[in-house]
Write a protein that binds this ligand. Sequence first.
Ligand code: PEP
Ligand code: MG
Length: 327
Amino acid sequence: EREQLKSLRKLPAVTRDGTAITLMANLELPRDLDHALENGAQGVGLLRTEFLFMNRDQLPDEDEQYGVLRAIVEGMGGRPVTARTMDVGGEKLAGWMAGRYGEPANPALGLRAIRLGLREPKLLETQLAAMLRAGAHGPLRILLPMITSVSEVQKVREILGQVARRLRRRGVAIADPLPPVGVMVEVPGAALAADALAYAADFFSIGTNDLTQYTLAIDRADEQVATLYDPLHPAVLRLIQFTIEAALRSRIPVSVCGEIAGDARYAPLLLGLGVRELSMSPPSVPTVKKRIRSLDLMEASRRARVIMDQSDSGRIATLLDDFNAII
Ligand code: PEP
Ligand code: MG
């Protein structure tokens, strides 16, 4: 079985009817890069940069961040790297934050991710500068976490432009043209405003981990309610569908980077809804690829339509299982 999956590494991720699907890797640490390549990932769809900011007192300066990002961009050998600005806060609380802001009453709804970056523009500027410089060494995209409104995207774009001008004036090499700026759709409000966000964003990445948490009001890290955490809940699926359709209408790329993207069971549904790019933890790439290679897209979209008419997530799970059973 493992050997068989290994042999998939060099085969393309195409459906039976010949549609190419892009399979990318989620990286949490730089050392995950080797696993991404070993498993045949076509790029990094989500680089979580939190590791640079957690478990330390001294925040990383621009050069340190640039060094780490550049190594990853170069290590991917020309494949795209999607670097997300820090998603610190929420369940990823860093010690230094408490010193500045106290203990948040409700971390998941508090100062986290892009909100923190816009509150502390120096932090964001430093990180964007490192990304722009790393982007001079290979294809890099910038991804913004926990976006809820168009104005946040516009503010980040302004800051990015200022940082780029400053670096150019100093004669520092940066990405040219500027990297695409994408939006994580992981808050229900962002999904419902996807049409407007699609004008402001160069691409979407759907974060189903947080989207499920916020849609169902289930703390993703709380074991007491873990059985209620259900990405197949019709409300979550509708938000995913709504987001995909907004992206397709605006002709911007849309990928899914939450945990469900790495679970082969969900691939027929996500592809059936119109997704053509998935990003997942590296060991999942071969299994998802195997499922995709046996999939008929017309049949997948027909079944996705049936699934989207259901009101019960148990029924949805059964329908998906049935489809996955006939290969
Ligand atoms: C998500 O929320 O689905 C996601 C991919 O981001 P993270 O798990 O890092 O919050
Ligand atoms: Mg998230």
